[in-house]
Design a protein around this ligand. Structure first.
Ligand code: HEM
Length: 202
């Protein structure tokens, strides 16, 4: 890969992590949160999303294609990155390594999650509150979903720090520190929303 292509691919990877993939993740967690108001509320919210006009087009262009680019290029970055936590045990170095680890967890989690939900729907199975409750009745699946959701909320929140730095919005150490605190708050808020939704099915 030439230096220019690498630069362009990195920027595109960074941008897609926020728009549209990050925005989609937030929207997805909010829709799931309707489960805390009961099965009917969740089914209504989920049906509304599933019956949007041009839904197939939206799914491919807003979710699958950007996510696939981000994920495939992300795996390449993750396995070519130099993790040097042992030599430089700073907070940012740990975050750098955790960004890569959560990315790899997400490849497995998202693939399985799409198989259990979207692919089943395409095969004619009704995907609704009861189906998610059945899945999460298994203790193994419950732990798997908790780990997957926490990996996603961490990856997006910490990724926001990376995005703002990559694009030059936060250049001074002070602004980077402020954004660190901000992203910790975002991580906590998104995790509470995600976990409350999971436990609403249990
Ligand atoms: C829920 C799905 C995902 C979201 C919302 C998301 C979001 C983000 C965001 C916002 C960034 C920051 C970009 C930057 O550092 O400039 C990022 C970075 C990264 N993502 Fe993802 N991502 C997701 C899935 C994945 C997957 C499946 C992988 C596969 C390994 C992955 C690997 C990476 C890597 C390696 C970075 C660091 C890039 C760098 O520091 O240069 N991500 N992600």
């Amino acid at each position: 890969m030439t230096k220019e292509t690498d630069f362009f691919a990195r920027r595109l990877h960074s941008l897609l992590g926020i728009i549209p993939v990050g925005l989609f993740l937030v929207q997805h967690l909010v829709i799931n949160h309707f489960a805390t108001r009961g099965a009917e509320s969740f089914n209504a919210a989920s049906n509304f999303m599933g019956n949007l006009p041009f839904v197939l087009f939206l799914e491919w262009f807003v979710i699958y294609i950007p996510l696939m680019f981000h994920a495939f290029y992300g795996v390449y970055i993750a396995f070519t990155a130099k993790n040097n936590v042992q030599r430089y045990g700073t907070f940012r170095n740990w975050m750098f390594m955790l960004q890569r680890i959560t990315g790899v967890i997400l490849v497995v989690f998202i693939a399985w999650h799409i198989y259990q939900t979207r692919i089943q729907k395409a095969l004619g199975v009704e995907v609704n509150y009861d189906m998610m409750a059945d899945i999460l009745a298994s203790p193994f699946m419950l732990v798997f979903y908790i780990v997957g959701v926490l990996a996603a909320t961490f990856h997006l929140s910490n990724g926001l720090w990376g995005f703002l730095t990559t694009w030059g919005f936060t250049q001074s150490p002070r602004s980077q520190k402020i954004v660190s605190y901000l992203t910790i708050i975002i991580f906590i808020v998104l995790s509470v929303i995600g976990l409350q939704a999971i436990f609403a099915f249990v």
